[in-house]
Design a protein. Structure first.
Length: 241
């Protein structure tokens, strides 16, 4: 297996600069629309988008959430997100250019729903656990986090891992499988962690029915969509009973 070079934070920031943002903006909004359809976002919710990128999601949810907060370490992405906010007149939307861990220190238990969409594969294990812990603190008791990420078990990701015919995206420093992703949320204290395997968004979606096959099905599970819940406090549990 090829030895991967460990990239520091500044090197990763450079990878997520103008060239990456311009490339990201060409992606079809279809997959985001599909993800929103999989979520339960109650009207009046306060939501936070961890690693919000260009914040395309706001055009789908701004009219029924109470507030949307986006946070991303890329100033270029935040500039694009603010332009989008202005273009669609989204007054209940705000963005911060900051690390997720730092932002969450001063924003504890303020949000009902969190998004971590195409984020975790950009972060090494130690930092990712710190981020998941921070996201936990940021949510109100009973809050829900939604994670979307490539699945390391998918045959294409395995090929990338070994540089066989296709190379991994340089920004994807830690693609993980279902068990690994589940572990990070469990350690942070989340409960009701549900892992769903969903199709790819291009022609590779045609192989998804093969994911039901015994023994080899995991090789055809392209994407992970994980839902996890922050437990209610003892006081809230008492009130519920």
């Amino acid at each position: 297996m090829p030895v991967k070079k460990h990239l520091n934070l500044e090197q990763r920031k450079k990878l997520h600069g103008t060239d990456y943002v311009n490339q990201y903006l060409t992606k079809s909004p279809k997959r985001l629309r599909e993800l929103v359809d999989r979520m339960h976002i109650a009207p009046g919710s306060d939501v936070i988008d961890f690693g919000c990128g260009d914040a395309l999601i706001i055009q789908y949810i701004k009219d029924f959430v109470n507030s949307y907060q986006g946070v991303d370490f890329s100033s270029t992405f935040i500039e694009v997100a603010n332009r989008r906010k202005k273009a669609i007149n989204a007054n209940n939307v705000n963005f911060e250019c900051d690390s997720i861990a730092n932002f969450c220190k001063s924003h504890k238990e303020l949000y009902d729903i969190g998004f971590a969409l195409d984020l975790s594969e950009h972060v090494y294990d130690k930092e990712w656990q710190e981020i998941v812990d921070a996201m936990y603190q940021c949510l109100r008791p009973g809050g829900i986090i939604y994670l979307h990420t490539p699945n390391a078990s998918f045959f294409l990701e395995r090929m990338k891992e070994h540089n066989f015919l296709i190379k991994q995206f340089p920004e994807h420093v830690a693609v993980r499988n279902a068990q690994s992703n589940h572990h990070f949320f469990s350690v942070a204290g989340f409960e009701n962690i549900n892992v769903n395997f969903i199709p790819h968004y291009n022609i590779l979606r045609l192989v998804h029915p093969l994911s039901c096959l015994p023994f080899v099905g995991e090789f055809f599970q392209a994407r992970l969509f994980i839902t996890a819940k922050k437990p209610l406090s003892n006081r809230e549990l008492g009130a519920a009973t």
